[in-house]
Design a protein around this ligand. Structure first.
Ligand code: NAD
Length: 470
């Protein structure tokens, strides 16, 4: 753990193994924090809050600016660490870190973002102004799939706004968070402002129940997001809980099929499909169905383990194998089968090849479940109305994309589709840091998304002052 500005050994007997998914080997163990250790981390953050909230936004921003420089300087070694524990390629990890660094760059604008508002003479001799106050100790719980980027969605914004933070990264990828805590110290962050604890659901439950924690940011799967949202609200905490996804790409008959299929290769199979914005369902309208299945099957059959990387665990390989069996039994047509793909020269790695199912219907389990692997399902419709209706009936609403050459079709899609992040001829429409990131429906529990102005509002509370001076 990282508590009060230094590494601390957790004393609990409970611990987890960290695997290198590319080889299947256990590379380190991580000790899980118990309630007493969580208390230590929260108390350290509470004490640090007293002076951090009094530090000017400009000085907080300067520390984050230095952190940003250090992240850039250490981007490659950090990406290597991420690659080792997660399995994604170093260049993929560099790319996702870049998106995280952009959030820090946005947070560096804290003096401007926290300016509040002022109205003079709202009545005779009366002025009104509003100010943004920090909340206190905030906590973040993050998933395995972006070991640096998702934590970077949270703590830089929280710190910029004057809060202190306790981060609980995924126990499968614990090291990047520890390294970032060291870099923040090097950047001049006072001890206790950022703390890192490790663990599983027991650790998370202790963090949520702790009376010193004011707000919870969570990113992970929908069942856990739903639980975190309810539990945090029950403890009277502010909460934003981002959940899972089933992101659709709708292919109109006028789309540039080769360009769409190229974009879908990375969107569906990059990082072995383990991205919350990965496309996992394709909806072909009319003749587009046959063309896109042909183009995608042809291109995906050329992908290699180096293009996709492994899955995070062997359990996930087995789970996906079972889902594929179910898809076949339920009548979907397998056009590309990734089940027999072993790691090149290393059968122990958690590799799974690109898999494409055609003629999938909404009742099939391969459609209904978030697979979170390199499996793409293709559904067919006859019109844009039907395609929009199909996507909108799905319980998730994270990202969605349409491929078309018609401005009118794209405009209608943008207006009617029920999802938080929409791409037009862009398969992975991740908003830049100065916009907010978050989905609709079962992909977000809470009212405010990550970063952008919604991040500022999540990590602050507003106070409006009305004053009369004659
Ligand atoms: P997960 O839900 O299993 O775990 C996320 C975090 O919650 C981890 O830190 C884990 O230790 C903790 N946790 C797990 N079970 C818990 C429980 N019962 N009670 C309390 N805490 C618990 O998710 P994951 O497998 O690490 O990540 C993949 C999931 O995250 C996918 O569903 C993916 O779509 C989602 N995700 C969503 C977004 C988004 O922006 N919406 C981004 C990244 C990942």
């Amino acid at each position: 753990m990282w508590i009060n500005g230094r590494p601390v050994e957790a004393e609990g007997a409970r611990q987890g193994n960290v695997h290198a998914p590319a080889t299947g080997e256990v590379i380190r163990t991580v000790a899980f924090a118990r309630a007493g250790e969580i208390d230590c981390a929260v108390r350290s953050a509470e004490t640090a809050f007293l002076s951090w909230k009094e530090t000017t936004a400009l000085n907080r921003s300067r520390i984050l600016g230095r952190f940003c420089d250090l992240l850039r300087k250490n981007q490659e070694p950090l990406a290597r660490l991420i690659s080792e524990e997660h399995g994604k390629s170093v260049s993929d990890a560099m790319g996702s870190m870049q998106r995280g660094i952009e959030v820090v760059e946005f947070a560096v604008g804290a003096p401007h973002l926290l300016k509040g508002a002022f109205s003079e003479n709202v009545a005779r001799d009366i002025d009104s102004h509003s100010v943004l106050h920090p909340l206190g100790v905030c906590a973040g719980i993050t998933p395995f799939n972006f070991p640096a980027m998702v934590p970077l969605w949270m703590f830089p914004m929280a710190l910029a706004c004057g809060n202190t933070f306790v981060l609980k990264p995924s126990e499968k990828v614990p090291s990047a968070s520890m390294r970032m805590a060291e870099l923040l110290k090097e950047a001049g962050l006072p001890d206790g402002v950022l703390n890192v604890v490790h663990g599983d659901s027991e650790t998370v439950d202790a963090l949520i129940a702790h009376p010193g924690v004011r707000a919870i940011s969570f990113v992970g799967s929908t069942p856990v997001a739903r639980h975190i949202y309810a539990a945090a609200a029950q403890h009277g905490k502010r909460v934003q809980a981002l959940g899972g996804a089933k992101n659709h790409a709708v292919i109109a008959p006028d789309a540039d099929m080769e360009a769409a299929a190229d974009a879908l290769m990375s969107a569906a199979f990059g990082s072995a499909g383990q991205r919350c914005m990965a496309i996992s369902a394709v909806v072909g309208i009319g003749a587009a169905g046959d063309s896109i299945v042909e183009a995608m099957t042809r291109k995906a059959s050329r992908l290699t383990p180096a293009d996709t990387g492994p899955l995070i665990t062997s359990v996930q390989c087995e789970r996906i194998r079972t889902l594929i069996d179910e898809g076949i039994t339920q009548g979907a047509k397998l056009t590309l089968d990734g089940r027999e793909w072993g790691a090149a020269g290393n059968s122990k790695g958690f590799y799974f090849g690109p898999t494409i199912f055609d003629r999938v219907t909404t009742e099939m389990s391969v459609y209904q479940k978030e697979i979170f692997g390199p499996v793409l399902v293709v559904l067919r419709t006859n019109s844009i109305e039907e395609a929009i209706g199909l996507v909108n009936r799905n319980p998730y609403g994270n990202g969605v994309a349409i491929f078309t050459q018609s401005g009118g079709v794209a405009r209608r899609f943008e207006n009617e589709i029920e999802a938080g992040m929409v791409g037009v001829n862009v398969a992975i429409p991740i908003p830049m840091a100065f916009f907010s990131f978050g989905g609709w429906k079962a992909s977000l529990f809470g009212d405010l998304c990550m970063h952008g102005m919604e991040g500022v509002y999540f990590y602050t509370r507003r106070k409006t002052i009305t004053s009369r001076w004659a």
